[in-house]
Design a protein around this ligand. Structure first.
Ligand SMILES: *Cc1c(COP(=O)(O)O)cnc(C)c1O
Length: 372
């Protein structure tokens, strides 16, 4: 038995004819950068996110970078975000010359604590970046209430949460601007790199459209200092095909996560908590395990691949140290980094595979897998 952490080949096999035709179509058309497939995908993804505009870019990090630039963030500004996230969220703030101000996360949802956000605000704060980590929306009502009261922009990092809902509304359009990644392993993955910005604000959308393409609205008229952050035609075509399957894939992820939840009840394992009024799209199925390394090794010996998201908190990584945030600054984020263990989960995973993972977990002494 071998159970991979995710299986992109199984996904390709399931829609091979559709994908091959889409890629061939772009090869035939010669429209390799932006072009009609990207434009069509932007429209379809905007509709999926229930937003007016969507702008395709070359990856999720660029989506965050351009969102911050469009929002006017620059040197001297502070942007508040979660201490527990993929490094790109924090890196994008640095790209603009602004200062990332980190706050701790909620121990149940792993998303940023609104009370901590409130405490971190200064006269320099310009924007908040809630991260819908692992596929569950952050506490958006509280975050938006703070933002409105203090006149701050809200940029959602929805790179792990395609289609997740907060009070019946999709992430990405809850704040001012939403950012998505189509890195191959994400819930909606390109055949390479890809990203998207969604918004209901026409000015932000237009500025991001210009910034992604060398700051030009008309060719060679460089009105802004821009970037080469364009989405490729092949990615647009591939993502259009996959977007049609995303609702079914999300339902599959939720079904498999539900089976994990069911089989792990009364096992001593704390299964992921989904807060009221939110849906979880399970990019990741995270457990907390004080003896993570032992469990990972025991599962590996049984042919089961697991992963860790993420082993080191951003504020303790060499490149992103800030004198204000030393070890111990964010106890929840630091504990989650020390204990998080991601179980295999992907839409094509069989029920039997889920049962095998749980059986293996129980065999290797599941009582020790408990929330600290
Ligand atoms: C993947 C990811 C990003 C960056 O996306 P890329 O497409 O890899 O640049 C940003 N934030 C979070 C939370 C992510 O998971």
């Amino acid at each position: 038995m071998r159970i991979p952490f995710l299986d992109l080949r199984a996904q390709y096999t399931s829609i091979k004819a559709e994908l091959n035709a889409a890629v061939l179509g772009v090869l035939e058309s010669g429209q390799f950068v932006l072009g009609p497939e990207v434009a069509a995908f932007e429209q379809e993804f905007a509709a999926y996110c229930q937003t007016k505009h969507a702008v395709g870019v070359n990856n999720g990090t660029s989506a965050l970078h351009l969102s911050l630039l469009a929002a006017g963030i620059g040197p001297g500004d502070e942007v508040v975000t979660a201490a527990h996230t993929f490094v790109a969220t924090v890196a994008a703030i640095h790209y603009c010359g602004a200062r990332p101000v980190l706050v701790d996360i909620d121990p149940d949802t792993f998303t940023m604590q609104p009370q901590a956000v409130e405490a971190a605000l200064t006269a320099k704060t310009k924007a908040l970046i809630p991260v819908h980590l692992y596929g569950q929306p952050a506490d958006m009502d509280s975050i938006l209430e703070i933002a409105h009261r203090r006149r701050l922009l809200v940029i959602e990092d929805a790179c792990q949460a395609h289609g997740a809902e907060y009070r019946g509304r999709r992430v990405g359009g809850l704040g001012d601007i939403g950012c998505f990644s189509f890195y191959p392993g994400k819930n909606l993955g390109a055949a390479g790199e890809g990203g998207m910005v969604v918004t209901n604000n026409a000015d932000f959308a237009q500025r991001i459209r210009v910034l992604r393409n060398w700051g030009q609205e008309r060719r060679y008229h460089h009105d802004l200092k821009g970037y080469n952050y364009r989405m490729e035609g092949i990615q647009g075509a591939v993502l259009r095909v996959k977007l049609r399957h995303l609702p079914a894939w999300t339902a599959q992820r939720q079904a498999r996560a539900g089976l994990y939840d069911y089989l792990l009840q009364e096992s001593g394992v704390n299964v992921p908590h989904v807060a009221k009024d939110r849906t979880h799209v399970y990019h990741i199925y995270p457990l907390l395990a004080p003896d993570r390394e032992r469990i990972q090794l025991a599962l590996r010996e049984k042919g089961i691949e697991t992963a860790v998201h993420y082993p080191f908190p951003v504020h303790l990584s060499a490149a992103y140290r800030d004198a204000a945030f030393g070890p111990g600054s964010f106890p929840v984020a630091e504990r989650v980094c020390a204990q998080e263990l991601s179980l295999p989960l992907y839409p094509e995973m069989s029920e039997d595979a889920v049962r095998s993972v749980v059986a293996a977990l129980k065999e290797c002494g599941v009582a020790s897998v408990a929330r600290a």
